[in-house]
Structure formats: C-alpha cells, structure tokens
Ligand binder design. Sequence first.
Ligand code: NAP
Length: 245
Amino acid sequence: MAALDLTGKRAIVTGASSGIGRATAAALAAAGVRVVGGARRVERLETEVALELDVSDAASCERFVAEALERLGGLDILVNNAGLALGRAPFDESTEEDEAPVLAVNVAGLIRMTRLCLPHFGDWGHIVNMGSVAGRQAYENGALYVTSKFAERGFTYALREDLLGRPVRITTIDPGLVETDFSLVRFKGDEEKAAAVYRGVDAMQPDDIAECILFALTRPWHVNVDEIVVKARNQSSGGRILRDE
Ligand code: NAP
C-alpha cells in the first residue's frame, strides 16, 4: 500500500508546546503539512503559525479556530492532543481543584475543538484524538485521568458513527508511558517524583507517538485506522511496568 502524501495539507495541533504535541507538529511539518500550533505557553510553540490557545476556555477556542482558519485557508487535520493529569492518589483524596481542569481540558476541550473544527473540513479530513491506555483499563490512584480518557475513547467511537459516510476519518491514539513533561505537570512541579516515573524503564519518546499518528494519517484514503494502542515493551498495562533495579 502506498503511503498517502500529506504535502500541502493543513493541520491544527493542540498542546503543541511540549511532548507529544510538539513532536507531532514537527513530524507533520517534515511531511509537508502546514501546521498551526496552539497552547497556553505560546512562546514555546515552534510551528509555522503559533497561536495562544486554552482549550478549557470557549472564547479562546473560538478565537483560535477563526484565526487558524484564516491563516490556513481551510483545514484537513485536527490533532486533539492537549491534555493533563493532576495528582496520583486514591480518589478519597481527590479535590475539586484537581478534578475540574482534567475534565475541562481532556474532555470538554477536546469535544469543543472538534465541534468548532468539524464544519471546516472539505473533501478530505482526519481527526486524531489523544487517548491513553488509561482510557482502556483503569489503574489505581488515577480516577479522574482514567475517567477523562475513557470519555475521550467513548467520544471518538461515537463520532466515528456520526461521521460515517462523510469524508472525515477519525483515530484514537492510546499510548502507555511516554517520557514528557506529563509527570512534571501531574506532580505539580516535583521533579524527583516526575523523574521516578521514567526511571529504570525504557519509556517511549514523543517521536514514537508522532510516528503512530503519521501512520494513521498516511494510510490510503479508503482505510480508517480506528485505534492504535502502543506501549513500551516493558509495560503490559497502565498499572504494570517492569523496571530495572
Ligand atoms: P506534556 O509534555 O505535559 O504536554 C501537554 C501539552 O498539553 C502541552 O503542550 C500543554 O501546553 C497542553 N495543554 C495543557 N493544558 C492545556 C490547555 N488548557 N489548553 C491548551 N493546551 C493545553 O504531556 P504529553 O505527554 O505530551 O501529553 C500530551 C497528551 O498525551 C495528553 O493528552 C496526555 O494525556 C496524552 N498521553 C500522555 C502519555 C504520557 O505518558 N506522557 C500517555 C498517554 C497519553 P501549555 O501548558 O503550554 O498550554
């Protein structure tokens, strides 16, 4: 099967200021795609067009999509990557302050960006949603993040049904452990706790996930890659990771 040529396609990547989003934006650009990157830390964006975006804020999303559409002149690819976890404790210790942003970004933000972008796809569209192994099998002490990623997968499945017959493909990418700033955010800046997550395990890198996304995007037009589940070799599930002593 010949890989589909993405040259000249136009993409939005949310959360392109770090980790998987940054690697995906770079891989798309290398494949000839024109990329608008969005994030709150706009100064960290290295995309052709860099725009401030807070996916948890409806007005910010509306401004972002309008400006991105104007700059690109249309839209072919949406990568809904922005996301986070906050805290790693039994649910009894969960707080309103930790729960609200996770649901607002990972669930409401992803849904909002999809709703705003959907009308702008022409006769070739592809939505890539960032899921997680946490959205397929629960692990302990991560209830809100697990909830948000199960919701992401439910939304992706539902949209697959609603998009049937339209020229828009949809894929969920569900990675295990990837070495990014994700844990630094989850542990609220505690570098030691964050580093421990990746210690002794040959974790995946952001480029590994970008390659999965490019694989889905470059399949021949008649193929829809519904889901890609990808983990480090030393990880069999969200909660089971083999570490070197
Ligand atoms: P990361 O390095 O912390 O990157 C997270 C990105 O999300 C940043 O660019 C951040 O940008 C953006 N973001 C967060 N809140 C946002 C908001 N309100 N509006 C716009 N952008 C926002 O972590 P990562 O690992 O690359 O995470 C990317 C995605 O992969 C997430 O959906 C995460 O759940 C998923 N994932 C990660 C792993 C992993 O092990 N790392 C595994 C499975 C899935 P700003 O802070 O600049 O706004």
